[in-house]
Design a protein around this ligand. Sequence first.
Ligand code: NAD
Length: 416
Amino acid sequence: MAEHGPIFGAMLQEFDGAARILNLDLGIWRILTHPKRQIVVSCPVQMDNGEIEVFTGYRVQYNITLGPAKGGLRYHPDVSLDEVTALAAWMTWKCAIAQIPFGGGKGGIICDPTRMSKRELEALTRRYVAEIVDAIGPEKDVPAPDVNTNAQIMAWFMDTYSMHVGHTSTAVVTGKPVEMGGSLGRQEATGRGVMIVTREAAKHLGIDIAGATVAVQGFGNVGSVSAAQLSQVGARVVAVTDYKGGVYNAKGLDIAALQQWATEHRTVDGFPGGEPLAGEAIFGLDVDILVPAALENQITDENAGQVRAKILTEGANGPTTPEAHRIMHANGVFVIPDILANSGGVTTSYFEWVQDRHGYFWEEAEVNAKLEQKMCAAFTAVLKTAVKYGVDMRTAAYIVAIDRVGTVTKMRGMYA
Ligand code: NAD
């Protein structure tokens, strides 16, 4: 990529640090730092007021060495090609660390879904699918939900793709409703994975997870399930914030009641089971575990020094800038990087794709047991690498990923 923006630039910084330690072959280095394909589409939609608006959408297939591109679809006003490309690169490394046979992809549409009706969202989704239909498919590129997209949007996605190819194709997206080829356990998978790696890190550091205090930024799919799962293993979730505000209770928040409040009010702000907490205060709290589970670039060189948590589990993608990571690492914070910490979602998406392709569906207990096994294996591989090279967990995660994708790139050889 001749030019790139700051988010992809942050990914490159992390990549370069690990590639240097691995002594990566220069040719492989070049291949792995370039997106394979970037698609930009214009999606005209007739809005409810009769006017036609045109939305810009992206799909980036960063690398498909290990299998079809895999990665979510994001609806947000701040979506950019830079962001989507970085997220697609992170998906490549994430799938490699999780040892699932996928490459990395990501999609996004610049829009504000909070200001759109259900009909407008359906029209936008269907038009976007029609625009990229030739580039996606169970063997090519398999999207999934991300920020502001959900199972309903995946249902429209699957239906539109199926109409175009002339048969029902459930395996073209994951994160679908269970009734139409979704997997049991997929909805909770990312938060469950966050809990598993946090529990394993606590074990490694000699911290008792039972009674450990937790603060969570973001209370959407990842944040709310992470909070619920961590409280189920005995941790005390004392603080939660979202886009609007936050809530704090030193005795521990009632997560089920908070989930109900957030569903009704579309925010955790105003929840009566605690005191109000300003959004930015979440990072400086005196807690054992901090889980950023909102958006990227939340922990920067300006607030990283405030972090007092012993473990920082990156539920979100890219929540920590490289400089912030250096500060926290120097301060002794054990950072579990996004490409490991939130890989539970894509791992269960892989299980969903396998089930769709077999046409045979597993019990939820089987899905969760397989996720437990995969997350523990990934955590152990990264921890062992961190010890072997004397590096932090993020650099170790990149080393594991680059080594796996790089080795297969070499084996496959050059086609020209
Ligand atoms: P979501 O839309 O369900 O939730 C996002 C949450 O973040 C909401 O509670 C929102 O209020 C909050 N938020 C937004 N802006 C904020 C701000 N400035 N300050 C504080 N909170 C803010 O999204 P999600 O699916 O939970 O995804 C969250 C993050 O996790 C993203 O980075 C996403 O890429 C990543 N992720 C998601 C999955 C998944 O399976 N959903 C898997 C892996 C990674």
